[in-house]
Design a protein around this ligand. Structure first.
Ligand code: MG
Length: 313
């Protein structure tokens, strides 16, 4: 197969603020495979190094050393320390060999801006049909965030769901404060309150409070997902397929372990997004919205013509 790749840079409309800092530009790689029959397909490598995936430089290095050709054996042999590459190449190969249907329509969770801005931001999206909203916490002081969160949950119409994501930025005391506060206003789940090193505390808290805790940063790779499952995690798993690794291995794991999985965006382009949504439709918990309501964070959202996207790079 012929293999080409083009790096991309996409600016966020406004930098995304998380407890881990500001994110202003999303960088990644679009790859294109072509076979002797003249068929082509696309894949996306969208690393998030601070989540534990390879860096963009490592992914570019891997692409460069292939010198324009690749076969399915090479794709199957991509090492586990290049999980975003595994995802990009394997999904491109799947798109090349099989007829690709567009991902089915699934309910999306909408990522709100952090802080006070969330209080008004949800309204137009509610009108558009969104019913699940996600808000980043651990960004400003705890009492202020608790206040905003309470106001937000009172404002949201019946039928709305709110999830909170701390990106591992809370202390155990702050996590308990959130879980206590959430007794008074319903939250769908509290995502990654503590860093992955605090797994035991999260496991303990997940068994003591009615508000479910979800793991995200803790399960950035399939190996970590397997480890957390084996250590007894039975609450929610937030899966970012774009950085988790081989889609085939993920399918095998989910089909043999009945986990409560919420599939989620790595803020990739439409190419990685559609590949992720196809997995979500097959493997995710159908009662939970998927975390792919992120297109509005980019200027160039909604480019669904992959050839056009490729030409623009
Ligand atoms: Mg998260």
């Amino acid at each position: 197969m012929k293999f080409e790749f083009r790096p991309y840079r996409r600016a966020f409309r406004q930098p995304l603020q998380t407890s881990q800092g500001m994110w202003a530009i999303r960088e990644g790689i679009i790859l294109r495979l072509s076979n002797a029959q003249g068929q082509t397909s696309y894949g996306e490598i969208a690393p998030i190094p601070w989540f534990g995936s390879e860096t963009l430089a490592a992914a570019l290095n891997f692409c460069h050393q292939l010198s324009g050709q690749i076969n399915s054996a090479t794709i199957a042999a991509i090492p586990a320390n290049l999980p975003a590459c595994q995802f990009g190449f394997e999904s491109a190969l799947e798109n090349l060999v099989g007829p690709v249907s567009p991902p089915p329509a699934i309910a999306q969770s909408l990522l709100l801006p952090s802080g006070n801005a969330a209080l008004d931001a949800w309204k137009p999206f509610w009108e558009e049909g969104y019913r699940t909203f996600k808000w980043k916490i651990g960004v400003t002081e705890l009492p202020r965030e608790l206040e905003i969160c309470k106001a937000l949950s009172l404002d949201l119409p019946p039928g709305a769901k709110l999830r909170l994501d701390a990106n591992g930025g809370l202390t155990p005391q702050q996590t308990i404060a959130w879980l206590e506060a959430c007794r008074a206003f319903p939250i769908e789940f509290l995502e990654q309150p503590l860093p992955p090193t605090d797994f035991a505390t999260m496991l303990d808290l997940s068994e003591r409070y009615p508000t479910p805790i979800a793991l995200d940063e803790s399960i950035a790779s399939l190996e970590q997902l397997r480890t957390c499952y084996n250590q007894g995690w039975r609450s929610i798993f937030v899966i970012k397929p774009a950085i988790l690794g081989s889609p085939g291995n993920l399918r095998t794991f989910c089909q043999t372990h009945p986990i409560d999985a919420v599939f989620s965006s790595a803020l990739e382009t439409e190419i990685g997004r559609q590949a992720g949504l196809r997995l979500a439709a097959k493997l995710g918990n159908p009662d939970r919205a998927v975390g792919y309501g992120t297109s509005h964070w980019f200027q160039d959202s909604g480019v669904e013509d992959f050839d056009r996207l490729w030409q623009s790079l």
